[in-house]
Ligand binder design. Structure first.
Ligand code: PMP
Length: 445
């Protein structure tokens, strides 16, 4: 299989030859928060699929709902003039679920990148509807990740995801992220840093001209960029600047929506209601590719009151509103609420965060640990703690390997080891993740 993989498949975010040098682990089964590889090794999945399998791999109600929907109606489009009953039921559920975030309408997609694309488009269109067609630019955070489509890639903070494809969308500008461990201000105090980043955002708005900016997009807790929770003053400060300058705030909650951060959305931690919210991943837990852009009440009103025709939505996927996706999402949402997974995410997240702090005290190679908001935890490895010199790929790869051999799958993303296990993780499984990481880090000591 490994040989066949190398000759027939290119993997995302990897050099095409990488799978020959580093054959990937072949996963063949999943159960609860655990996976089994082709050689029969059972592992705790501390990656949670890819931050998405919140309910684990054997959620019976989701499987039954998908099977029943496949049997009854496998597909019907919701393009103008038709719809299906499953998507209407889901729309009502999401409207209730996201009411505390001020979000009242859903636009359905097939995944996170699609959701980001739609949200960024809707932001421009919103301004056009209001007669402010000059608002076309986007602002975002330097450590942000917003997917793989052209608009999303343009606002991605990491230049590695942009440079091969440039020129991307002009008019996208990236603001320093409130990342205390490394930032251009050399400021380690999170609150002072938040103020400096907000000042940088304000400067950028003034420099570009507020009347040219459509939206600011941010993850309420930076995920793929290395799990970076901002100081509590940051997102409210962004909200205030956006309000003052007529800029829409898009919360990219592809990772954080549905409980991963220990609350139902990331924005709720900071008491912020965004204008638009992107979701995907845990909306269907990996059981079906699916996503939704949630639209704020005030934005919806502007579109719905338009009489000029400018608010007609010119975007849509064949699979916007897929009934099987809807059935999966309905079942996932019911289970998510029934099990109240956000509380277990908070408890197990606190356990993991404490565990990685202890690992940092023990292992010189750990330069920084971040977490404290549900099951989003990262360890940033360094080759020299004093100078914060980065780690080489081989060393972090060896930590990954040794952790795997101790029975835990973790994700390596640049210099970070990321822990984002299913939200149904048990206390014993959380303890095992820390023990395996301890063994992994010891292997390179
Ligand atoms: N936004 C964020 C915050 C993400 O983390 C991701 C994926 N990790 C995306 C967008 C893109 O989602 P997808 O991979 O489903 O297209």
């Amino acid at each position: 299989l490994k040989e066949h993989n190398a000759r027939s498949i290119w993997h995302p975010m990897a050099h095409p030859a990488d799978s020959q040098a580093n054959p990937p682990d072949i996963i063949v089964e999943g159960e609860g928060a655990q996976i089994i590889d082709v050689d029969g090794n059972r592992l705790i999945d501390a990656v949670g699929g890819l931050w998405n399998v919140n309910l684990g791999y054997s959620c019976a109600p989701v499987k039954q709902a998908i099977a029943a929907q496949l049997d009854r109606l496998p597909f019907y489009s919701i393009f103008r003039g038709t719809t299906n009953d499953a998507i209407i039921e889901l729309g009502e559920m999401l409207r209730a679920f996201f009411a505390p975030d001020g979000l009242t309408r859903a636009f359905f997609t097939s995944g996170g990148s699609d959701s980001v694309e739609i949200a960024l488009r809707l932001a421009r269109q919103y301004h056009k509807v209001r007669g402010q067609g000059g608002r076309v630019k986007y602002l975002s955070l330097k450590k942000g990740y917003h997917g793989t489509h052209t608009l999303g890639a343009s606002v991605n903070g990491n230049a590695n995801f942009r440079t091969q494809y440039e020129p991307l969308m002009p008019g996208c500008f990236h603001i320093p992220a409130p990342y205390p461990y490394r930032n251009p201000f050399n400021e380690t105090d999170p609150q002072k840093l938040a103020q400096l980043c907000l000042a940088a955002l304000e400067d950028e708005i003034a420099f570009q001209g507020a009347e040219t900016i459509a939206a600011f997009i941010m993850e309420p807790i930076l995920g793929a960029g290395g799990v970076i929770p901002p100081h509590p003053s940051f997102m409210p400060g962004v909200r205030e600047l956006c309000d003052r300058h007529g800029i829409l705030l898009i919360a990219d909650e592809v990772i954080t929506a549905f409980g991963r951060s220990g609350d139902w959305t990331g924005s709720r931690h900071w008491g912020v209601q965004p204008d638009l919210m992107t979701t995907a991943k845990a909306i269907t837990n990996g059981y079906f590719p699916f996503g939704a852009v949630m639209i704020g009440g005030a934005v919806a009103e502007v579109f719905e009151a338009d009489t000029t025709g400018k608010a007609a939505i010119g975007s849509g996927y064949t699979y916007s509103g897929h009934p099987v996706g809807a059935a999966a999402a309905i079942a996932c949402l019911k289970e998510t609420e029934r099990l109240n997974v956000k509380d277990n995410a908070a408890a197990r997240g606190a356990q993991l965060f404490e565990g990685v702090q202890a690992l940092m005290a023990k292992h010189e190679i750990v330069g920084d640990v971040r977490g404290g908001h549900g099951l989003m935890t990262a360890l940033e490895l360094v080759s020299d703690r004093a100078t914060k010199t980065g780690i080489d790929k081989a060393t972090i790869g060896a930590v990954h390997r040794a952790t795997y051999e101790s029975g835990v799958m973790v994700r390596v993303s640049g210099p970070n080891i990321i822990l984002s296990p299913p939200l149904i993780l048990s206390e014993t499984e959380a303890a095992k993740i820390i023990d395996a990481l301890d063994a992994g880090l010891s292997a390179v000591a």
